[in-house]
Design a binder for this molecule. Structure first.
Ligand SMILES: Cc1cc2nc3c(=O)[nH]c(=O)nc-3n(C[C@H](O)[C@H](O)[C@H](O)COP(=O)(O)O)c2cc1C
Length: 186
């Protein structure tokens, strides 16, 4: 079974990446034959959606912009599960992840089967301590996205991580997120 994991942080080895790696490690252990693609969005050329609507009119389900999303559309379409990992930026997702999410709008077509039935997971890191509306807002928007698209949001996990308390030093969180991955049957 295929899994697409998208890393929204510009920091390739930052807190969100570490959380994602632990989650994927658990999934790999529980699903030895899993085909996992971890995509670092920062190094991809992903242009902003231009709302040209070609994907909903002339070529339903297919985006007209020829950039690295064309490869990611293929990975997304084939995946049984999509894992989104992002730092909270200004009470939302990172710009890298937002650009990716907007471009998946191409798959929002009436007879499309691009989203429905896929498992989804959201991993977040945020710098401000709790209570913190940032992770709540991001979790709420993913709840809505998944409700609308028919994706099954099976995990939402977030931790506070900053320079004083990097994820790498949060053994409890790294174990917890690994254990979440371990329970997943792809
Ligand atoms: C541009 C920017 C905006 C941020 N906005 C928030 C925010 O709204 N709320 C919050 O709790 N932390 C915020 N942070 C802190 C990051 O979410 C946090 O440090 C996170 O762990 C960084 O993840 P990374 O190591 O994967 O890049 C922000 C950081 C940056 C650079």
């Amino acid at each position: 079974m295929k899994l697409l994991a998208v890393l929204g942080s510009p920091r390739k080895k930052g807190n969100s990446s570490l959380l994602l790696d632990q989650y994927l490690k658990g999934i790999r252990e529980a699903n030895r034959d899993a085909d996992i693609a971890k995509v670092y969005l920062q190094e991809k050329n992903i242009r902003h959606c231009t709302a040209c609507d070609v994907c909903h009119t002339i070529t339903p389900g297919r985006c007209a912009i020829k950039d690295d999303m064309q490869e990611l559309y293929g990975l997304f379409a084939e995946a049984a599960m999509v894992v989104y990992a992002t730092p909270v930026y200004w009470w939302g997702v990172s710009a890298q992840l937002k650009a990716f999410l907007d471009r998946t709008n191409a798959f929002d077509v009436p007879d499309g089967t691009y989203f429905a039935g896929k498992k989804a997971a959201l991993l977040m890191t945020y710098g401000l301590g709790l209570p913190n509306k940032g992770p709540e807002l991001v979790a709420a928007s993913f709840g809505e996205i998944c409700r609308y698209t028919g994706m099954d949001l099976i995990d939402v996990y977030g931790i506070c991580a900053n320079k004083a308390e990097p994820a790498a030093e949060n053994a409890k969180a790294l174990r917890e997120v690994y254990e979440l991955g371990l329970r997943i049957a792809l």
